[in-house]
Design a protein. Structure first.
Length: 180
């Protein structure tokens, strides 16, 4: 989501749309199922990425090409994959490659929505150093971890007490003013 970004020309074929924030304001957004891609493409189990894994990926120009799933995100209808046979990659190389791929896809989505200013990352990706580093490099902007407002509870990690928000001011004129 590009809260406060400049209003871009959105392209439905790139999976961009307008959402509405809690105040009823339009927010350019891009859909990309990064968590689903991570589940499908990242190695399972506890994997530690070494500096040698990162160096090997860069030296050999190994990367994932869009799109892993093909049915969502800015490269719908395209199936990519690894630039090498993935069976030759160590688990650490696969993990760093998937992390970098997700960061690059996030950067494309941010660009498509006209986002500007610092990038705020929340959830599991906020703890992924390789994702955060590549996202900062790809966007040329600061990347920050979201600060939790309250201790997480439950399966989805929702705060135990949601902040109090003013009533949603969504009117017919606001809906009609949204870009189509």
């Amino acid at each position: 989501m590009a809260v406060g970004g400049h209003p871009p020309a959105l392209d439905e074929s790139r999976d961009t749309l307008i959402n509405v924030n809690a105040y009823g304001d339009p927010v350019p957004s891009a859909r990309f199922m990064g968590g689903r891609v991570f589940e499908v493409a990242a190695p399972g189990g506890d994997v530690v990425v070494s500096e040698d894994d990162r160096k090997a990926m860069l030296k050999n120009r190994i990367m994932m090409m869009p799109s892993v799933l093909g049915d969502t995100g800015p490269f719908q209808g395209t199936i990519g994959g690894w630039t090498v046979d993935e069976h030759h990659l160590s688990p650490g190389m696969r993990l760093v490659g998937v992390s970098w791929y997700l960061a690059l896809m996030t950067a494309v989505c941010l660009d498509l929505t006209g986002a500007s200013g610092p990038v705020i990352v929340e959830g599991p990706f906020a703890e992924n150093h390789d994702y955060l580093s590549m996202l900062s490099a790809a966007t040329g902007r600061p990347v920050e971890k979201a600060r939790a407002a309250a201790p997480a509870q439950g399966r989805l990690g929702w705060p135990s007490a949601a902040p109090s928000l003013p009533p949603l001011r969504l009117t017919r004129s606001r809906l009609q003013a949204l870009p189509r």
